[in-house]
Design a protein around this ligand. Structure first.
Ligand code: ASP
Ligand code: MG
Length: 438
């Protein structure tokens, strides 16, 4: 069975809900995971914020504006009176629930219950619509199977058992199981969630739990591109990526899929397809254990990088030097991204300058420190197995005219990264695409 997940924009209006319905009803049994309609979760966050701030009036206003939107959706979505009535009753119930929260003693548990309403509404709206269309659809309640532990980590073994039990409760000839992304229960049995944007994670967990043949993440773009389409012309969707290659790209703003959300799929080796609702026939991007070897897949860039060099004779033949340097960054809760070393120096990059002054003050005790701000990491992802000679050459060859501040290779078999000045980024991305993909 396949698991298909549609994000907020894909179900963002009555028309788009209809489009998704048309796309999923092909007679094949599947699980459909939905986010809240776009904008809804943000509004629910606002309602909670207002209640924390003791501002019941502001909360009521957001609730009423959001309700008006749903009234229009219900009117546009259904064609017969019976479904319209069901739809109106549904939203009335959920909005009455939202209105029942008071500012006094407003708690985190209340907030989580509020945040869950978006997915509960979108899935029910879809289910009623499918029913109206004569499709055998059933709601599969995520709150009955999606569970997390004290640290907020999903417990796959429990999810696996519970989702099967829930599915068995439903009619055997159910064609479409409609379920909520994002929401879950914590060990206290309270409503909780998998963090903002968590519905991709839900889909991956559901897919892993039922050992799906494929997990499809549907958005409005045709998969991950092999370079930044805003900067380079004629970029193409990457057809196939390995889980490791996808993880390398994630740091570079390939926001389309968070690395933790692919973990359950990776664990059970279930292919994850990124597909486009606006072009459903397109191949998109497939992330799996099967990938084309000996190939460079993508170029990506990360802005706002600061490169720091610490040069010290004390590093020569010494031990513990790097630990002391790294500890300073740890003390100031600043992640280090890239590292290169020489015998007497180390260069590293950070993308968060908040505590830079304090870090530099302490680093000065260990050697001569040089700082370059306005840097960019350009990363090339692909199969960099050692025997694949020529790839490194192709990259440095393409960058022949561009001053390179750092190079990192060998950290994994899937990536080579260079640090350059921000002003050279556009040129670098273009020459790399020309050299590697044309
Ligand atoms: N509705 C949730 C959010 O907006 C979850 C999701 O869309 O992935 O964060
Ligand atoms: Mg989303």
């Amino acid at each position: 069975m396949k698991v298909l997940k549609f994000g907020g924009t894909s179900v963002g209006s009555a028309q788009r809900i209809k489009n998704v319905a048309a796309l999923v009803r092909d007679g094949e049994q599947k699980i459909v995971v939905l986010s809240a309609m776009s904008g809804t979760t943000n509004s629910l966050v606002e309602i909670s914020k207002a209640l924390y701030n003791n501002d019941e009036k502001a909360a009521a206003e957001v609730i009423s504006n959001l309700y008006q939107k749903y009234v229009i959706v219900v009117d546009e979505l259904y064609s017969n009176d019976q479904s319209k009535q069901k739809g109106h009753l549904l939203i009335t119930n959920h909005f009455n629930y939202l209105k029942s929260f008071k500012a006094a003693d407003f708690s985190v548990a209340d907030e989580k219950a509020i945040l869950a309403q978006g997915e509960l509404i979108s899935t029910a709206l879809m289910h009623y619509y499918l029913e109206e269309q004569g499709v055998k659809s059933a709601l599969l309640p995520a709150l009955n199977y999606m569970v997390i532990d004290e640290d907020g980590e999903p417990i796959l073994s429990n999810i696996e058992i519970a989702i099967k039990t829930e599915m068995e409760k439903l009619a055997a000839d159910t064609e479409l199981f409609i379920t909520q992304g994002f929401i879950c229960r914590n060990p206290k049995g309270e409503i909780d969630n998998l963090q903002r944007g968590g519905s991709d994670y839900s889909a991956s967990l559901v897919g892993a739990a039922i050992l799906a043949s494929e997990i499809q993440i549907w958005t409005d773009i045709d998969g991950m591109h092999n370079n930044d389409p805003r900067i380079v012309e004629n970029t193409k969707p990457i057809a196939n990526l390995s889980f490791d290659e996808a993880a390398e790209l994630a740091y570079f703003g390939a926001k389309i899929l968070h690395p933790t959300s692919v973990l359950p799929a990776k664990l059970r080796q279930i292919p994850v397809r990124l597909l486009n609702t606006l072009d459903p026939e397109a191949y998109g991007t497939c992330i799996s254990t099967q990938t084309e070897r000996n190939k460079i897949k993508a170029v990506a860039a990360k802005d706002g990088i600061t490169a720091i060099k610490i040069k010290s004779g004390r590093m020569l033949l010494a031990y513990g030097f790097l630990r002391k340097v790294f500890e300073i960054f740890e003390q100031h809760k600043t992640p280090i991204d890239m590292v290169t070393t020489s015998e007497v120096g180390v260069s590293l990059t950070i993308d968060n300058n908040k505590n830079l002054d304090k870090i530099l003050e302490q680093l000065n005790d260990y050697g001569t420190v040089t700082v370059d701000t306005d840097q960019v990491i350009v990363c090339v992802v692909g199969d960099f197995s050692i025997e694949n000679t020529g790839f490194v050459h192709n990259i440095t060859h393409a960058l022949a005219d561009i001053p390179v501040r750092m190079i990192s290779y060998g950290g994994s078999m899937y990536n080579i990264s260079v640090v350059i000045n921000a002003k050279d980024k556009v040129k670098a991305l273009n020459v790399l695409s020309a050299q590697l993909f044309e």
